[in-house]
Design a binder for this molecule. Structure first.
Ligand SMILES: [Zn+2]
Length: 478
């Protein structure tokens, strides 16, 4: 049965588009949806489609090129404002399918948001309503077009129905509890306009150029770009310019910082010429460094001297065979410590850490002191998932995140490394009955093999997570 084609609307979010396709075609569940998506394409297309990201499948359904669809309907441009040299492919490019798979269907904030004025306008103009990308930007709690506070959908599966359905059903609530004054709005408007402009890019910026430009602008304003010193940092400047309550809500690590303190995630990240910062960090820095969004966006096009880009220390490259083969032995040999591995390989540590995390082999430095890691090791040792999190008093989401991103072999290795200090860990852990913990700890030390629940959980979490993780799984099994 062929599917009824549903053309995406202006600025419509991919996940909302998917929901509309399912609704128009009266599809009962996700499995049915995937089956129909596959069967509505030709045989030769079908094979290709099965392997492609959901984003590419939706582009094919809409008869749009994946790059055009990604630029207009995904939030990839907001996530990947800048990219490493060599990875600055167009959003939706077939070579960057792993990005589309990982980030293509996500929004920049949890939940679904609507602007009631947009819904009214859309209904009047097109007799339908839909979810827009510019209502899902991190830190933007109002509609950039109407400047009214957004509403959040309270229903558990918002994408299954249209915005006007939720308004009629009374399933919405205000997304912002804070009133902003005129002066606050000037900064917030600038931040929102920059975020919207960045969302319209078809290709990420070259991190070498953007890092250089932001550093130069900060120095021009008399700010400090080094870790130590007397002058104010970029994050100090943000603290000065951005509304306090807004910062507290959306960037709490800045609002809680010490004066003159250097925050790696902000101060080092926005001027880095090797590792891109989180997308919204660029918007925040630019909004503080310029008076208007126009100036900020124009500045990003400023020319960068060729030697500045060429001088960037290019990390030593190794081929895929190395990373997926002999690197494991080196990792084990150095106890998973990034600093030691970097030294032994003569490699840039920051680059190596980045590479290690894409391989699911993060640095194991001080791993026994991390609550999430301890919960993960408990789980590996045979404790149930929920009780592992409860015992370590850690958010289940944090442990789930580790499960999704860390290679199971690495968890086994971490257990071995921490093995001898399991007892100490158990004692340190509050609310843990000491008698039981000591006993359990000994049992676990002698049984380092992953248990069934651990494997089952990994299977569920990893399912549908994309090729990189599947590769890891194959690797771990080999
Ligand atoms: Zn609006």
């Amino acid at each position: 049965m062929a599917m009824i084609k549903v053309t995406p609307m202006d600025d419509e979010l991919a996940i909302g588009h998917e929901g509309r396709i399912a609704w128009v075609n009266a599809v009962a569940n996700q499995r049915e949806f995937d089956r129909l998506m596959a069967s509505s394409s030709s045989q030769s297309e079908q094979h290709k489609l099965d392997k492609r990201s959901k984003l590419s499948q939706l582009a094919a359904h809409a008869e749009m090129s994946p790059t055009n669809y990604a630029r207009k309907h995904s939030m990839l441009p907001a996530f990947r404002v800048a990219a490493k040299h060599g990875e600055d492919l167009m959003h939706g490019d077939a070579q960057g399918e792993s990005f589309s798979r990982r980030l293509g269907m996500l929004t920049q904030k949890p939940g679904a948001y609507i602007c009631q004025s947009c819904v009214n306008d859309d209904l009047k103009k097109s007799q339908r309503s839909w979810y827009r990308r510019d209502h899902h930007l991190h830190g933007v709690d109002w509609c950039p077009s109407h400047e009214i506070t957004l509403s959040e959908i309270k229903a558990p599966n918002p994408w299954a129905a249209f915005p006007h359905h939720w308004i009629e059903a009374g399933e919405i609530e205000s997304a912002c509890k804070v009133e902003h004054g005129q002066q606050d709005m000037a900064f917030l408007r600038c931040y929102a306009e920059i975020s919207v402009a960045l969302l319209d890019q078809d290709t990420p910026l070259d991190v070498r150029a953007v890092g250089y430009l932001i550093g130069k602008r900060a120095q021009h304003l008399g700010l400090r770009t080094s870790i130590n010193g007397q002058r104010s940092t970029i994050s100090d400047h943000i603290l000065l310019k951005a509304p306090e309550k807004w910062l507290k809500t959306h960037f709490s690590h800045i609002s809680e910082k010490e004066t003159s303190g250097f925050i790696a995630k902000i101060d080092a990240a926005v001027i880095s010429r090797t590792i891109p910062a989180q997308g919204y960090v660029y918007g925040l820095a630019l909004a503080s460094l310029f008076d208007t969004s126009g100036e900020a966006i124009q500045y990003l096009n400023a020319s960068v001297p060729a030697d500045v880009v060429a001088r960037v220390k290019t990390p030593s490259r190794r081929d895929a065979g190395f990373w997926h083969g002999e690197f494991w032995d080196i990792y084990v040999q150095h106890g998973g410590l990034a600093a030691r591995i970097a030294e032994s390989l003569g490699m840039d540590k920051t680059y190596l850490q980045e590479k290690m995390s894409t391989l699911g082999m993060p640095s194991l430095h001080n791993v026994g002191a991390s609550k999430s890691w301890r919960a993960l090791m408990r789980l590996h040792g045979g404790e149930g998932f929920r009780s592992s999190c409860e015992l370590e008093k850690v958010d289940e989401k944090d442990v789930e995140y580790l499960l999704r991103t860390v290679n199971p072999k690495v968890v086994a290795l971490a257990c071995n490394i921490v093995g001898s200090s399991w007892k100490d860990m158990a004692v340190v852990t509050t609310n843990f009955p000491p008698l039981r913990s000591t006993c359990d700890a000994q049992v676990r030390t002698v049984s380092p093999a992953p248990n069934q629940e651990f494997n089952r959980f990994i299977d569920t979490v990893v399912a549908g997570q994309g090729s990189a993780l599947q590769q890891l799984e194959t690797m771990a099994a080999a």
